[in-house]
Design a protein around this ligand. Structure first.
Ligand code: UDP
Length: 430
């Protein structure tokens, strides 16, 4: 198949950990690569956020990233990108030229708008392109949890609903999202589930382990935004201290690129002030951004990786921890309900409950043998269910369902164009 991935703000080439660069970037990068490795011809379209970026970057024989000029060629917060989506779609269609893809796959609601717009323009020119949508996060859920703090454009809920109902197929990343999509009026028969995956060649139990500053360590990883609940983990440290457990350090990973910029980050400052107020500053380390290559060593150094978000559309970090053989203490929300098996690969706790977090951390820290067993089972679980090759196969099925549901005439056109491409690539592209 010829596949266009659309990811307006989340480039697969970006550094991770900043406010708008996290799981979606990883997802688009890894899924695209896994699909290319299955023989599909994949192009990722992302917004040019730096004038110095090349137009095209080929990262694999069948995978290319295209930087589309849409709006200013510098970083713009994702909540301000909506006005540029028409220009973004036009840039995608221009790149398609006479040879549009079989599938255009939008990631996040605004990319969905651009994908629908591009497919509509192709249809007007007599070419059929099936639109697949993965939301990654839903505005309806964000609004429920963040209320007035939600900086999304006011049109988000209406446009997101329209994208969900108009796409040929919607891919949910977890079972909780299926309920949310149903509530938006997306027909259940049009929803597939394909979770996020984890790079099992990078995240594995064996390898370097960062040294600790105390007898025990917990690690929390995420963009430094309030909804990731890093403050709740700091509060849990206080609860642990009140239980007499002062030998646990907390390493928080994420945020701006280096320590100096971290000090300028309001969320980092808030967390440091909270730690000082609670008298636990001596055991809280804000590490800032950690590269992909360094991340496994940091995760392996933990007795437990703690994920305490208010809500979590999916959450790749628990998979990375499990792949490293580390148990996960997780709030029982969103995707974490599917990925972490309570009592088997980690522990679930109620959301926004520092005392429950502390109790769960204490259980793991106090019984290292049990912690190891949880870690081993987590490792087995991710290997069995969350490799990117398996996720790519699930995604391919969703693409095939969309193509299969297309009108017979559309299928004939898609088959003819696939046959032409097969000829031109010497039989490599499926
Ligand atoms: N991440 C990273 N370096 C950092 C912070 C985060 O590589 O400094 C990665 C992390 O390992 C994970 C992703 O960013 O792969 C975050 O994904 P997740 O789904 O957990 O959260 P999201 O950012 O999508 O809310």
């Amino acid at each position: 198949m010829k596949i266009s991935m659309v990811s307006e703000h989340a480039s697969p080439l970006a550094a991770l950990g900043g406010v708008d660069a996290g799981g979606q970037n990883v997802h688009v990068a890894e899924l695209s690569l896994a699909l290319a490795r299955r023989g599909h011809e994949v192009t990722v379209y992302t917004r040019r956020d730096d004038a110095a970026l090349p137009d095209r970057v080929r990262t694999d024989p069948l995978l290319e990233v295209v930087h589309v000029t849409a709006g200013p060629a510098h970083n713009v917060p994702k909540d301000q990108l909506l006005p540029y989506m028409a220009e973004f779609a036009t840039g995608i269609v221009a790149d398609w030229g006479e040879d549009p893809p079989d599938i255009v796959h939008g990631h996040f609601w605004m990319s969905g708008l651009a994908a629908l717009d591009a497919a509509r323009q192709a249809r007007t020119a007599g070419r059929q392109v099936q639109v697949i949508q993965t939301f990654h996060a839903l505005g309806s859920v964000k609004r429920r949890h963040q209320g007035a703090e939600d900086t999304s454009p006011s049109e988000r809920l209406m446009l997101e609903t329209m994208v969900g109902r108009s796409a040929d197929r919607v891919i949910a990343t977890c079972s909780d999202e299926v309920f949310e999509l149903k509530a938006l009026g997306v027909p259940v028969g049009q929803i597939s589930i394909a979770p996020c995956g984890v790079d099992l060649d990078l995240f594995m139990p064996r390898g370097p382990v960062e040294s600790r500053g105390r007898a025990h360590r917990i690690v929390s990883v995420g963009r430094l935004v309030p909804r990731k609940g890093m403050d709740l983990v700091i509060r849990a440290l206080r609860e642990l201290a009140d239980l007499g457990r002062t030998d646990v350090e907390l390493v928080i990973v994420g945020g701006a690129g280096n320590a100096v910029r971290l000090e300028e980050d309001p969320e980092a400052r808030r967390l440091l002030a909270l730690a000082a107020d609670l008298g636990v500053s001596d055991r809280v380390v804000l590490r800032g951004q950690v590269s992909r290559a360094e991340m496994p060593a940091v995760l392996r150094s933990a007795d437990a990786v703690v994920c305490a978000p208010w809500y979590e559309p999916f959450g790749i970090v628990p998979l990375e921890a499990m792949a490293c053989g580390v148990p996960v203490v997780a709030a029982a929300v969103g995707g974490l309900v599917d990925t972490v098996v309570d009592g088997t690969t980690g522990l679930h706790v109620p959301p926004e409950d520092p005392a429950a977090l502390a109790a769960a951390i204490e259980r793991v820290v106090a019984d290292p043998d049990w912690g190891r067993r949880l870690g081993d089972d987590g490792y087995r679980r991710v290997r069995a269910r969350y490799s990117w090759s398996r996720i790519a196969a699930d995604t391919e099925k969703a693409y095939q369902s969309a193509l299969g549901a297309a009108a017979p005439a559309e299928r004939a056109t898609a088959r003819r164009s696939a046959a032409r491409r097969l000829e031109s690539t010497g039989g490599r592209a499926l």
